[in-house]
Write a protein that binds this ligand. Structure first.
Ligand SMILES: Nc1ncnc2c1ncn2[C@@H]1O[C@H](COP(=O)(O)OP(=O)(O)OP(=O)(O)O)[C@@H](O)[C@H]1O
Ligand SMILES: [Mg+2]
Length: 278
């Protein structure tokens, strides 16, 4: 089995000097073909930033991204879009379908962008919708679909150009648990039956079972220590008990990680860390 995605010492800094935010800090990660990897971590940990760099949507401040043998970070701005279109499928928290196109047309359009003839694109869109058990919805506009159906159309769109790598940012966030399971099993099936590689960001503990691996991102760093499912943390500012993977943010302090319930507590901590640190 080959390597689908390799991140090498990837970093992203927003802003400069005093205002600099190290959103992702020297993260290395290797994902095998047909592997399903979930990325978890508190809000602001850098998950979306990491995924955007892995998919060539954002340039890293430092480090390299390899898609198979292709170094994505070595491509020029002119070369990047075509590679992205053919090799990577994106699925976001909301399906981001074009509102005035039907389900089928939303899928067709990305194939036509890649140069496929309209007739072939239409046929393949129908096949994909069939595979995702949405054939009966192909002529519907997005606002006449359920949230789960919209997300499956988004998956079909991500598969349209036969990308080997699917990157998903909180794909189940707006779904109830039944639709969430169905979506994740669809992704699992694409990996196990069709050899797709799936990297998904999620806060959703319910769907961990479909993953081959869960990695934990905290304050821009990949961490070996992932909180247990039932593990709780205490917000040092307000004293509330919280789930680390749903925390509003985290800070490193004296070798410990502190988790915060909300931005309000995070701001209070940042303004006077010594008053709250253990
Ligand atoms: N365009 C930007 N400009 C400045 N700062 C940014 C930008 N995008 C993200 N950040 C900052 O980088 C850090 C990581 O953000 P990111 O969106 O990657 O977090 P996340 O883990 O996806 O959080 P969430 O779970 O809330 O989606 C945060 O501190 C955020 O404020
Ligand atoms: Mg995010």
């Amino acid at each position: 089995m080959g390597i689908a995605l390799r991140l090498e010492q990837l970093s992203k800094t927003f802003g400069e000097r005093d205002a600099a935010v190290h959103a992702v800090d020297a993260v290395s990660l290797t994902v095998d073909e047909a592997e399903v990897v979930l990325i978890q971590g508190p809000s602001g940990a850098g998950k979306t930033t990491l995924l955007a760099m892995a998919g060539g949507l954002m340039r890293p401040s430092a480090g390299r991204v390899y898609l198979g043998d292709t170094e994505l970070t070595a491509l020029t701005e002119r070369e990047l879009p075509a590679v992205r279109l053919r090799k990577i499928g994106f699925i976001f928290q909301s399906a981001n379908l074009l509102a005035n196109l039907t389900a089928a047309e939303n899928i067709q359009i990305v194939m036509e962008a890649a140069g496929l003839r309209r007739r072939d694109a239409k046929k393949r869109a129908d096949d994909l919708l069939d595979r995702l058990r949405l054939k009966h919805r192909s002529d519907r506009l997005p606002d006449k679909l359920s949230g789960g159906e919209r997300q499956r159309v988004a998956i079909a769109r991500a598969l349209a150009n036969d990308a080997a790598l699917l990157l998903a940012d909180e794909p189940t966030a707006n779904l109830d648990s039944r639709a969430g399971y169905q979506l994740m099993h669809t992704l699992e099936n694409l990996a196990k039956e069709h050899g797709k590689t799936v990297v998904a960001v999620t806060h959703d503990h319910r769907i961990e079972d479909v993953a081959d691996r869960v990695v934990w991102l905290e304050d821009g760093h990949l961490s070996d220590r992932r909180p247990e499912l039932n593990e709780t943390a205490t917000d040092p500012v307000c004293g509330m008990t919280i789930d680390p993977s749903r925390a509003a943010g985290s800070r490193q302090r004296g070798g410990h990680t502190l988790f915060f319930c909300s931005d309000i507590c995070l701001d209070r901590f940042d303004s006077r860390p010594d008053a709250f640190a253990p």
